[in-house]
Design a protein around this ligand. Structure first.
Ligand SMILES: Cc1cc2nc3c(=O)[nH]c(=O)nc-3n(C[C@H](O)[C@H](O)[C@H](O)COP(=O)(O)OP(=O)(O)OC[C@H]3O[C@@H](n4cnc5c(N)ncnc54)[C@H](O)[C@@H]3O)c2cc1C
Length: 304
């Protein structure tokens, strides 16, 4: 039996999980770029997910957890393995006083609106950042004012071996766009400790953040946000702009004129186009300023 047939038989036997074959990931990434995944699976609960993860381990089948795909560049040839998306079944939010328990498939913006409704402060500066709670935790998403790690007291899920884990927020080692102890784990839920603030004030901050993004970022085009991490003491966008790279174009991928830290998809950009620009930017900025820009975007389905 071929490997794909073996996976198919296995998935057909899982009653609680929907799957699609050869599904183009361009339909599941913010960039609107990406070739097909052999299998795109939507597990409906934790046990179903655990069984799949254990199967992947035993059979040495690569798998990848995809959130909203707002920080992922998928190659044009796609991904040979199983992409897991946590959607229905992983979208509950509960709260008691200033404590919120949320599942990983919840949209970050929905959680921000929930907080506003219940006058809970801590995430409002993340307004406008696309993603799920799972993706936000892995990336420690945020702004200069606040990151999600600031309000996390506990994260739970399953390990790469399919065992349960639960880690205190203080142990995770949240740092700039990283959450070291969460890497290679599958996040299913987390607990947040918020503080009280008036809904009016929270709304004001949310609208200010959205307005700022509209003005400063090319939100009208598909992208992955800032492609590169901030180098120590500087901004990637500033270095790229100073190197004269705004407007640099390959196919339909272009360094944004509005914000040089973004590479946008003008319509039909391929992953190869974006990757070419990433390599060019790194090469030129290093030659000009001696700084190697490190990608913030995660790559899927590439050889390197
Ligand atoms: C227009 C735009 C603006 C942006 N602005 C910002 C910003 O201001 N600040 C900022 O920090 N980011 C920003 N980003 C980047 C992006 O929004 C964040 O990184 C976001 O947290 C990604 O969430 P996601 O669900 O889309 O994750 P994905 O992009 O789908 O995945 C990102 C990583 O998280 C992993 N992952 C996702 N879910 C889980 C899970 N449940 N368990 C384990 N691993 C998981 C994936 O495997 C992958 O490695 C921006 C992006 C865009 C498009």
């Amino acid at each position: 039996m071929s490997r794909d047939s073996q996976i198919k038989v296995f998935l057909q036997n899982q009653k609680k999980c929907v799957y699609q074959e050869n599904q183009y990931l361009s339909q599941h990434t913010w960039y609107r770029i990406g070739g097909p995944a052999d299998f795109l699976v939507f597990p409906s609960n934790k046990e179903c997910l655990r069984v799949i993860v254990r199967f992947c381990n035993e059979e040495k089948i690569p798998y990848f957890i995809l959130g909203l795909g707002a920080n992922v560049l998928v190659s044009d040839s796609g991904f040979r393995g199983i992409v897991l998306k946590l959607t229905d079944g992983f979208r509950e939010i509960r709260s008691k006083g200033e404590i919120i328990d949320t599942e990983a498939g919840v949209n970050l913006q929905d959680l921000i609106l929930y907080c506003e409704k219940w006058s809970l402060s801590g995430l409002e500066y993340l307004s406008g950042i696309p993603g799920t709670i799972g993706g936000a935790l892995i990336m420690n998403a945020g702004t200069d004012q606040a990151v999600i790690g600031d309000v996390i007291t506990e994260v739970s899920g399953i390990t790469a071996q399919g065992d349960d884990f639960s880690i205190g927020g203080d142990e995770i080692g949240f740092a700039y766009r990283s959450a070291p102890l969460l890497q290679d784990k599958i996040i299913l839920s987390c607990r947040l400790k918020m503080h009280r603030e008036s809904a009016r004030k929270l709304r004001e901050v949310r609208l200010q953040q959205m307005e700022y993004r509209q003005q400063k970022q090319p939100v009208e085009y598909p992208s992955c946000g800032s492609v590169f991490m901030r180098p120590p003491g500087d901004y990637a966008g500033r270095l790229i702009e100073r190197a004269g790279l705004k407007g640099l174009r390959r196919g339909d991928a272009m360094v944004s004129e509005k914000h040089a830290g973004f590479i946008i998809n003008l319509g039909k950009a391929s992953a190869a186009d974006v990757r070419f620009l990433i390599d060019e930017i790194q090469r030129i900025v290093q030659a000009e300023y001696g700084i190697l820009l490190r990608p913030e975007v995660r790559f899927l389905g590439f050889d390197r």
